[in-house]
Design a protein. Structure first.
Length: 358
């Protein structure tokens, strides 16, 4: 669980589903499937068979669900297929087979006109390259998608101003993109994507082009916005520490396939294979494991007045036991006690995290 996770995200309704999604490049990619739903004609060594024919399997049988209000991060090394998947979700790239269910409707079966309408009104997209229009001011850039929707000048500029205030760019409305820093330009991109009030928000390595300090500041800003807006988010990154900090859940990809899906703590403590282990081996466990990950049912007098949020990491929790070994009560987002953590729970979690995976 990340520092921004909410119980609502963990238990919310499924907003977006990816089912048996394939993207294959080559002369006859459709020939490997019995139908458009993603069922392969021969399941025995199918990925190797596809690649042996000279086709490129960029996304292979990818399936996952994203819940309302969740930050779902897809990560992997360059060439793993993560950006291909997020572009397939919005059909910026046409999938070869599979299904993408958005509020229950398969986006791969809607008409081009319906897809354009969904993109304009229900999807927000932010990419690594800011894509700002150099001849437009900051305010005009943010208002542009609303102009495409046919919204009047006064209304769209008022909405754009709200978004600029939200991302901390008030006073820069009349500036042009060339007059802004990289971090400020990315804020404009974020404000523009939020102007349409998207139901789902796609971000493809939005901070990777920024300097480390600015990147950290933008991650802080992203978490602040999510606490305010509770968006359903699919976020792409190759930076595992960024994923650990931001994600409610993480999907790790390799060679077009998903090799593990789990909370940050699950991925770190129980890596599915050597590939995931390599990603996690240098991660300080005290910064990842949270009170919610290791809590047990609360006793009637849990904490003796001392409480900690479910998203608090062990790094924040451990100092609580310097003065007293009394278990600390764990609270949910509504302040109610949902469990407790003892000093022994902390030690057990750290010991198990250090064990070599089998």
């Amino acid at each position: 669980m990340s520092e921004n996770i909410s119980e609502g995200a963990a238990n919310g309704e499924i907003k977006l589903s990816c089912r048996n999604l394939w993207k294959i490049y080559g002369p006859k990619p459709e020939g490997f499937f019995t139908d458009s739903g993603g069922a392969v004609a021969d399941t025995s060594g199918h990925i190797e068979r596809i690649r042996s024919t000279g086709h490129i399997a960029a996304a292979c049988d990818v399936s996952f669900d994203v819940r309302e209000g969740e930050i779902f991060i897809i990560m992997g090394l360059s060439g793993s297929g993560k950006s291909t998947v997020v572009r397939c979700l919005s059909r910026l790239i046409e999938p070869t087979a599979g299904a993408v269910l958005f509020d229950g409707d398969d986006l791969l079966k809607v008409s081009k006109a319906e897809l354009i309408d969904i993109r304009r009104h229900k999807m927000g997209m932010v990419f690594q390259h800011f894509g700002l229009m150099p001849h437009l001011t900051v305010l005009e850039n943010v208002a542009f998608p609303l102009k495409i929707q046919g919204i009047g000048r006064e209304q769209r500029f008022a909405r754009a101003q709200e978004m600029l205030d939200l991302v901390g760019l008030e006073g820069r409305e009349a500036a042009f993109p060339r007059q802004l820093s990289g971090g400020q330009q990315q804020r404009v991109g974020i404000a523009r994507s939020l102007a349409v009030e998207p139901a789902v928000w796609f971000l493809d390595e939005p901070f990777s082009a920024l300097d480390p300090l600015i990147r950290r500041q933008m991650q802080d800003e992203f978490l602040r916005l999510q606490r305010l807006l509770h968006k359903t988010i699919v976020f792409i990154t190759h930076d595992f520490l960024e994923a650990l900090r931001l994600a409610d859940r993480i999907a790790i990809m390799k060679d077009g396939e998903i090799v593990q899906i789990g909370t940050p703590a699950e991925v770190v403590m129980k890596p599915a294979d050597d590939y995931v282990t390599e990603f996690t081996q240098d991660v300080p466990r005290v910064k990842v494991i949270t009170a919610g990950d290791i809590m047990s049912p609360a006793a009637s007098n849990a904490g003796g007045g001392a409480t900690v949020g479910a998203g608090a990491t062990l790094e924040r929790l451990m100092p609580r036991f310097r003065q007293s070994m009394t278990p600390v009560a764990v609270t949910g987002t509504d302040g109610a006690i949902i469990g407790q953590v003892s000093a022994q729970d902390v030690l057990t979690a750290l010991a198990s995290a250090e064990e070599e995976p089998e």
